[in-house]
Design a protein around this ligand. Structure first.
Ligand code: DX5
Ligand code: ZN
Length: 214
């Protein structure tokens, strides 16, 4: 079944703990946390002080998506919160192989994120060391953007590489996911979807999450 990781970026930050509890009670599989530094992307979100409180409120594992310039610094900041995944952007890392080992040594599942323009072949020789690849289906930085359909072709190409190099590596897609594109994502071989505005913009979070768990 498709796993669902609601992005708290679209939550009401005035009542963040309740918003986190609500998606966990609603049956989500992971809690997706978008960390932006105002440099790699033109937006700024939350740091370890706030994410610590999110981790406390959450009964589900955290999926931390770094959108930052200095990956190693941020990995060290968030590792003590014991997330399940930490993903970093390949476009911003000179030594991805080294950073993957570092994340694994910290007891966290390493993942790499690809921007919409980055071909999956770029990371072919990293796949055997990864637990997950995150494909962006919008440009990183903001929730509520329109789904870029060529992620479906990228997911299929990535799936073929994964089957060759490391069949246990999962594919996650992030951006503009909703009940209209979920079937295509499933057919393309995607294992986990991130959904921010679709879940938090609905009246019933549990129902929205279930509609994606196909
Ligand atoms: C964008 C973030 C996403 C975003 C998804 O940079 O990585 O996780 O919150 O939001 P929606 O689902 O609204 O596109
Ligand atoms: Zn994200």
């Amino acid at each position: 079944m498709m796993q669902v990781a609601p992005s708290i970026l679209s939550a009401d930050f005035g009542i963040l703990n309740e918003e986190v509890k609500a998606i966990c009670d609603g049956g989500c599989d992971l809690v997706h946390v978008d960390v932006m530094d105002g440099h790699f992307v033109p937006n700024l979100t939350i740091g370890p002080v706030v994410v610590k409180s999110v981790a406390k409120a959450s009964s589900k594992p955290l999926d931390i998506h770094l959108m930052v310039e200095n990956n190693t610094f941020f990995v060290d900041l968030f590792a003590p919160l014991n997330p399940k995944y930490i993903s970093f952007h390949i476009e911003e890392e000179k030594h991805p192989h080294r950073l993957i080992q570092k994340i694994r040594d910290l007891g966290i599942s390493p993942a790499i994120t690809l921007n919409p323009h980055t071909p999956p072949e770029t990371i072919e020789f990293l796949l055997e060391d990864l637990d997950m690849v995150l494909l962006m289906s919008v440009n990183p930085g903001f929730g509520g953007q329109k789904f870029i359909p060529h992620v479906l072709e990228r997911a299929k190409r990535l799936k073929a590489l994964i089957e060759k190099r490391n069949p246990s590596c999962l594919i996650e897609v992030d951006g503009g996911v909703n009940d209209k594109n979920i079937e295509q994502l499933k057919d393309a071989g995607v294992d986990i979807v991130v959904a921010g505005s679709y879940v938090y913009g609905s009246d019933d979070y549990g129902q929205a999450i279930k509609s994606l768990q196909i």
